[in-house]
Design a binder for this molecule. Structure first.
Ligand SMILES: Cc1cc2nc3c(=O)[nH]c(=O)nc-3n(C[C@H](O)[C@H](O)[C@H](O)COP(=O)(O)O)c2cc1C
Length: 299
């Protein structure tokens, strides 16, 4: 049994990636029931909301599940206690310095994997005392760096060679081929974002799911924000706007508009977030079918 599987306490080394603050207890539970590790996305939540979400997930599954903490959230101390009280054993942390929070995570008897975007980032997290790394390649959905980035084919083995912790690969994985490739490159597991948005159990708006299903090769772009970029679907409408004289992506979209835009399917307000792997996703499926196919080679 790998160190990662021991940490997660589930059957398959497949972790649900947090997507903003989109929380569907039904999706988390479906992922756990299929043998993988469902996760709440706590973003800027607080302890009360965490307790409520945990209760809802526990009413649907008795399998272990985790949560992602955004390290810029001032409510994290209360959230951590709520998670520890609920018996959550392993969490992930994103966006921010892990040094500050890992001492507390360990005092509470929990373990954590830190989401990193580069080798340097991963090595710093190891020094800060994290228990594992989720390494996310340039192809992945979500916030990306404004610095040049490597894709997972290079990044996974690079981080495996330099960091002595369990490595989880995130970005570009939607089926058994991507899953097996990530394990072959040395990762102990995978984290999935985009594929789980386009599922029956996801609460994502139907227009968001369809934007992913219809997205083809080369049809995502990086939307420039203040200090980060966000990967999003390049829809035919956005492509047309971008071809108009004087159109400038810089400063056009605001991160504050994301919840409303994605929640209502208003992609003029902010384009639909998704990874490059959208090109491989052609339908909306139940989670159990996705995970069953992903592990069909028996690993
Ligand atoms: C629309 C969208 C929003 C995301 N938001 C977050 C987030 O708030 N925090 C985070 O750590 N990761 C976030 N991610 C990254 C995912 O958790 C996951 O690592 C990533 O999607 C993996 O790549 P994939 O989309 O190719 O599967 C987001 C991903 C997507 C697609």
């Amino acid at each position: 049994m790998s160190e990662l599987i021991t940490m997660l306490g589930c059957q398959r080394p497949i972790i649900q990636g947090p997507v903003g603050e989109m929380n569907s207890p039904r999706l988390v539970a479906a992922i756990c029931e299929a043998g993988a590790y469902g996760m709440l996305a706590l973003g800027f939540s607080d302890a009360d909301r965490t307790r409520q979400l945990v209760k809802e997930v526990k009413s649907l599954t008795d399998k272990p599940f985790g949560a992602n903490l955004m390290l810029l959230n001032p409510n994290n101390p209360g959230i951590l206690e709520a998670l520890a009280d609920a018996g959550v054993k392993t969490i992930t942390t994103s966006v921010g310095n892990p040094k500050t929070v890992y001492q507390r995570i360990h005092e509470l008897g929990m373990k954590g994997l830190h989401v990193s975007l580069s080798l340097v980032h991963a090595m710093r997290a190891e020094e800060a005392g994290v228990d594992g790394i989720v390494i996310t390649g340039a192809e992945s959905g979500g916030l990306r760096s404004t610095e040049p980035e490597s894709t997972n084919m290079v990044l996974i083995p690079l981080v495996v060679d330099h960091v002595r912790l369990p490595i989880v690969a995130a970005g570009g994985i939607a089926d058994s081929r991507g899953y097996r490739a990530a394990l072959a490159l040395g990762a102990q597991g995978v984290q999935i974002g985009t594929r789980f948005i386009a599922t029956e159990e996801s609460t994502a708006h139907e227009k968001w799911k369809q934007a992913i299903v219809q997205c083809g090769d080369g049809e995502t772009i990086l939307i420039p924000l203040k200090r980060m970029n966000m990967r999003a679907v390049l829809t035919p409408a956005l492509k047309k706007q971008m071809s108009e004289p004087g159109f400038d992506l810089t400063g056009r979209y605001r991160l504050e508009d994301v919840p409303k835009a994605w929640g209502t399917g208003d992609f003029d307000l902010f384009p639909a977030g998704a990874g490059q792997v959208s090109a491989l996703i052609g339908d909306i499926k139940p989670v159990r079918d996705i995970i069953k196919e992903m592990v069909s080679a028996g690993i």
